[in-house]
Unconditional design. Structure first.
Length: 505
């Protein structure tokens, strides 16, 4: 049996009351009767309606957990053919069948909410979300969404396979990037070029993949009667409180305020390092040429240190984190074949968070685990709500808990750094300032891409380079233009979760 097949079905803490205890939604034939029962059920009272909602949540949680488990397994080993096939089977042969039934249930919800008005203090947000989802659903988009998910998996597979050889040693991209903090400038440049050359090997493939994604996403938008994919995503992400124009104004404000501030920081860096200009490999080395911060040597030390920090912030948070560690819900270290980046996913039925990242012993890895811990605590704090929709926090609010947790933990990072704590805190705070222009560049790029869907690869590359000049004018890219034009390939959000980046700002 595969690891996926061996997974425990259901939740001992939250036992099923509607779905059969042993039912596993690894094929549509098992799941369909439950959705049909919900569609056909006669509702006579408000109490019936609320029980129907709880049963709907139970079915959806069991269904979603199957997909989440397969996605986690695949990202932990993108080079494992069995895991890949298990994920693709669910993606292609199980999940698409649910979507028309989910729309029927949303429509039934809207009709029932008219007949049996729900207490607005409890259900106002849910009603708004359901009506928004009804508005943009189109059955013809189901196969297109499958295509897009397959393309995202292909991006993970391509980038997860990337390694470089640096001074005779094969390293993952994350492991090689550690060298960008070294005081040896020749080593930094060598590491930077090795990483950049490795991405360049797949540049044509990734550009073609993105072309296909943009084309399919535009068709999804047109099918949903939206002018473009940007309009579609603002509805799909349920951005009720701000508009594309607000984002563009945010970019302008960052250009006006943050870019000059970063310029002052970078000028100080250039002078201290004694350089004529700052090259891309000069941005992470310590400004005083001190050895890199190396706060931990292995995953166990990272977990132990973050546990201490969380306990200092709040004992309950520390206990939750320790619980996750003991349950094996952390996969932290970088290795060949592992998908890039970091995330927190939720096993919706067990109501448990899972943390994934690519740690290599750096100061940024500590921040990443504190960040993902914030997501996990958010998930945990919602787990007793009977409605799956309320246990799954809106994507528009997700980063509040994670970015906030980074700040709450900052007073306690001496756990890792001892006498170097002030230095670590300064790097963290400077990183906030330097992040804003990069965030704006990533977001502005996507606004342009999806409102210029017929642009060629060359035009897209040129626009990215224009954004480099706008938001990062202090870095000397002379002679490196062929690297810069496709450097956005490294930002997985652009491929996998379009328009999801401005939230970090």
């Amino acid at each position: 049996m595969t690891a996926t097949q061996q997974r425990q079905i259901g939740s001992e803490e939250f036992p099923r009351t509607f779905v059969a205890p042993g039912a596993r939604f690894d094929d549509w034939a098992t799941a369909e009767p439950y959705y049909k029962q919900l569609v056909d059920r006669e509702i006579k009272t408000l109490a019936d309606f609320e029980q129907w909602l709880r049963d709907f949540s139970e079915v959806d949680a069991a269904f979603d957990e199957e997909g989440t488990a397969r996605h986690i397994a695949m990202t932990c080993a993108t080079d494992d053919a069995e895991r890949e096939q298990a994920f693709l089977h669910y993606l292609q042969n199980v999940q698409p069948h649910r979507e028309p039934w989910a729309q029927q249930l949303r429509l039934k919800f809207a009709e029932l909410a008219t007949r049996f008005p729900l207490p607005q203090k409890r259900y106002e947000v849910l009603e708004r979300s359901v009506r928004s989802a009804i508005e943009i659903f189109r059955e013809e988009n189901i196969p297109l969404q499958v295509q897009l998910a397959e393309m995202s998996q292909q991006y993970q597979k391509i980038t997860g396979a990337m390694t470089v050889t640096l001074r005779g040693e094969e390293l993952t991209i994350q492991q090689a990037a550690r060298n960008l903090e070294e005081t040896d400038r020749a080593l930094r440049e060598e590491a930077w070029r090795a990483i950049s050359d490795r991405y360049l090997q797949n540049a044509d493939e990734l550009n073609k993949l993105y072309d296909d994604m943009v084309r399919v996403r535009h068709q999804v938008a047109k099918n949903a009667d939206c002018a473009d994919f940007r309009e579609y995503m603002f509805k799909a992400m349920q951005r009720f409180d701000y508009t594309p124009d607000d984002c563009l104004a945010f970019h302008d404000a960052i250009e006006k305020v943050c870019v000059p501030a970063v310029g002052r920081l970078f000028e100080q860096r250039r002078e201290k390092l004694g350089l004529k200009s700052l090259r891309p490999w000069d941005l992470d080395v310590d400004i005083d040429q001190r050895p890199p911060l190396r706060p931990f040597k292995n995953d166990d030390e990272l977990v132990a240190g973050c546990s201490k920090i969380f306990h200092k912030v709040d004992g309950e948070l520390g206990d939750i984190f320790d619980n996750l560690s003991q349950r094996g819900l952390l996969d932290l270290g970088s290795r060949k074949g592992k998908a890039p980046g970091g995330y927190q996913a939720t096993y919706n039925e067990k109501r448990l968070p899972f943390i994934f990242m690519n740690a290599v012993g750096t100061e940024s890895d500590v921040r990443t685990l504190l960040h993902e811990g914030g997501h996990a605590f958010h998930t945990w704090s919602c787990r007793n709500d009977p409605l799956d929709a309320y246990r799954t926090y809106p994507i528009e609010f997700a980063e509040v808990a994670s970015m906030g947790m980074e700040m709450l933990c900052l007073p306690h990072v001496d756990v890792f750094y001892g006498s170097e704590t002030d230095r670590a805190r300064k790097r963290f705070l400077e990183g906030i300032v330097t992040f804003f222009p990069f965030m704006a560049r990533v977001d502005a790029f996507q606004h342009w891409v999806y409102t210029n869907v017929n642009a060629t690869t060359a035009q897209r590359q040129a626009h990215w380079q224009s954004l480099t000049k706008r938001f990062s004018p202090h870095i000397d890219w002379s002679g490196l233009e062929n690297y810069d034009r496709d450097s956005w390939h490294r930002k997985l959000h652009i491929f996998e979760v379009p328009f999801y980046y401005v939230e970090y700002g």
